[in-house]
Design a protein around this ligand. Structure first.
Ligand code: PLP
Length: 215
């Protein structure tokens, strides 16, 4: 199947109120152009270097999302153009995004990444920490960033039910938060994520095919 066919198929299977982020990491410009020509405009990358190169090369009406772990010292490279940063996982990073946003006369939309997986490899704030940050002043006083939602990654667990419970827990926190975006779900678990309230799914391999990290 072509990229366009893959996109069409996924779009048909997700509700209109769920945003599809096409995760193009490791994929060449031609693949992104194919998706762009099929009408898609929202793309996600997880490496700053790759994101800046692709932003330079491609049409400027693309909405670029930074979805991976972001090092504070690299924020300056994406601050001029990034439209959403999914993985804010420390106050240090939030402060750096704020500083660079202000330098660029922007307000950068961000999601707080919350640790929902029982396995310990995933990044993010503990739920209680995230709760405190949402209701407290420390983040809200940073005028260069706007926290618009929460992001979470479930365990790489073959047990569908534990994945579902992880998403469900984040959803209940999201409902209390009053925020707009709940970014959960990837190629392997987006249907469960949507059933459990996701408003934004990040899908790579189902659109562009498996990634080859040795290239
Ligand atoms: C790579 C990646 C995705 C997409 O993964 P697929 O399994 O290819 O859909 C989603 N979210 C994040 C944070 C990623 O790094």
């Amino acid at each position: 199947m072509s990229i366009k066919e893959n996109l069409d198929k996924i779009k048909r299977s997700i509700p209109d109120n769920v945003t599809l982020v096409a995760v193009s990491k490791t994929k060449p410009l031609e693949d992104i152009i194919e998706a762009y020509n099929a009408g898609h405009r929202v793309f996600g990358e997880n490496k700053v270097q790759e994101l800046t190169v692709k932003h330079e090369a491609l049409p400027k009406d693309i909405e670029w999302h930074m979805i991976g772990r972001l090092q504070s010292n690299k924020v300056k490279y994406i601050a001029p153009f990034v439209s959403l940063i999914h993985g804010v996982d420390s106050m240090k990073l939030a402060k750096e995004i704020n500083k660079r946003a202000i330098q660029n006369s922007r307000v950068i939309n961000c999601l707080l990444q919350v640790k929902i997986a029982l396995e310990d490899t995933k990044a993010g704030f503990e739920a209680q920490e995230a709760d405190d940050l949402i209701s407290g002043d420390e983040l809200n006083d940073l005028k260069g960033i706007r926290i618009v939602g929460l992001m979470g990654m479930a365990s790489n667990d073959p047990d569908e039910n534990s994945v579902r419970m992880e998403f469900r827990e984040l959803k209940s926190m999201f409902d209390k938060s009053g925020l707009d975006i709940l970014s959960t779900g990837m190629s392997g678990d987006f249907q469960i994520a949507i059933e459990e309230g996701s408003t934004m799914v990040r899908i790579g391999s189902l659109i562009f095919g498996a990634r080859n990290y040795t290239v």
